[in-house]
Write a protein that binds this ligand. Structure first.
Ligand SMILES: Cc1ncc(C[n+]2csc(CCOP(=O)(O)OP(=O)(O)O)c2C)c(N)n1
Ligand code: SF4
Ligand SMILES: [Mg+2]
Length: 322
């Protein structure tokens, strides 16, 4: 990736791409459904990406990548990485059918979702990755997001793909290490990168890295990896910070009351406990980690129920300090 991209100032998404490509190297083909990055790359031939970039329809990221993979295999080019680079809308919502199909077939692709928690390219509409209580243009003040963020990690783990992980731009070494692991594995690999967006989340441009760091430290976005759908590991842990300061930094949450914040804190704590349970069930941090041998590297996984509650009057009344 070169300079000259077209992202807004402070956008985390170009940094995420630069780190991922640094770890993957030039023998990479990028498949990109419609998203902010379709614009960020810039128009050909001035694209800021110096690897082949295939712009594709919104719902077809994983299907297009599967086809390119098959064509490369016919040509004997098995070393080329085929990477889908999609937003949360293109992954959690409209692209999930193609993604689920590819994961179930264990296609030999790397799927990266950079998650800015809304449809940013078209003007900040909510997606199923938008967190509960957040403002967007389709969940305006008075009617904030009423569903919990879809648990994509659990959904992908249930597909028992060889490798999946969460990462964010505030921890570049953790991110690069995960991409390297994914690169060494064949089969479907999924990387979920939290990607703060200043205009969408409504914060100052220079606070992107700090917000990404806070999302991890308050456990809104834990850094984990899952091997074979079964072996869960937290890759970065520290004493938890409260969620409220993270919320207060973002204009999209400014309408929330203390009760709402307390409710979000309880949801975050409950999800963290679910992740801890999975880590314990899978025997804790695997010390004998080895790249999976190949596309048959599947194993049985465990499943847990989602954590959810409607944004209702009852929620507001019930909510209180945990
Ligand atoms: C089938 C279809 N519906 C709608 C659109 C319009 N569209 C283009 S980008 C986009 C938003 C993508 O959101 P997301 O995947 O989260 O990526 P972001 O823009 O946030 O980076 C939408 C709705 C489209 N291109 N194709
Ligand atoms: S709208 Fe957000 S995600 Fe899109 S380019 Fe701007 S800062 Fe990045
Ligand atoms: Mg998005």
């Amino acid at each position: 990736m070169t300079s000259g991209h077209l992202a807004c100032p402070g956008c985390a998404a170009p940094l995420a791409m630069r780190l991922v490509l640094k770890a993957l190297g030039p023998n990479t083909i990028v498949v990109m459904p419609a998203c902010c990055w379709s614009i960020i790359a810039g128009p050909w031939p001035q694209s800021s990406l110096k690897v082949p970039l295939y712009h594709t329809a919104f719902e077809t990221g994983a299907a297009t990548a599967s086809g390119i993979r098959a064509a490369l295999d016919v040509r004997g080019e098995s070393d080329t990485t085929v990477m889908v680079w999609a937003g949360d809308g293109g992954t959690f919502d409209i692209g999930i059918q193609a993604l689920s199909g590819a994961a179930e077939r264990n296609e030999d692709i790397l799927y990266v979702c950079y998650d800015n928690e809304a449809y940013m390219n078209t003007g900040i509409q909510r997606s199923s990755a938008t967190p509960w209580g957040a403002w967007t243009t389709t969940t305006p003040e008075g009617h904030p997001e009423a569903s919990p963020k879809k648990d994509m990690l659990a959904i992908m783990a249930a597909h028992r793909i060889p490798y999946l992980a969460t990462a964010t731009v505030a921890y570049p070494l953790d991110l690069i290490e995960k991409v390297r692991k994914a690169h060494a594995i064949r089969g479907t690999r999924f990387l979920h990168i939290l990607s703060p967006c200043p205009p969408g989340w409504k914060y100052a441009d220079e606070e992107t890295i700090e917000l990404a760091r806070m999302a991890v430290s308050c456990r809104v976005f834990p850094l984990v990896e899952v091997e074979g759908g079964q072996r869960w590991r937290v890759t970065l842990d520290s004493p938890p910070e409260p969620v409220a300061p993270y919320l207060h930094k973002q204009g999209r949450f400014r309408h929330l009351t203390e009760q709402h914040e307390a409710y979000i804190q309880r949801e975050v704590d409950a999800r963290w406990e679910m992740i801890q349970r999975r880590v314990r069930e899978s025997g804790g941090a695997p010390s004998d980690w080895e790249p999976a041998a190949g596309i048959d590297a599947r194993s049985e996984g465990s499943q847990a129920g989602p954590v959810s509650q409607e944004f209702t009057a009852e929620t507001t009344e019930d909510a209180g300090p945990a």
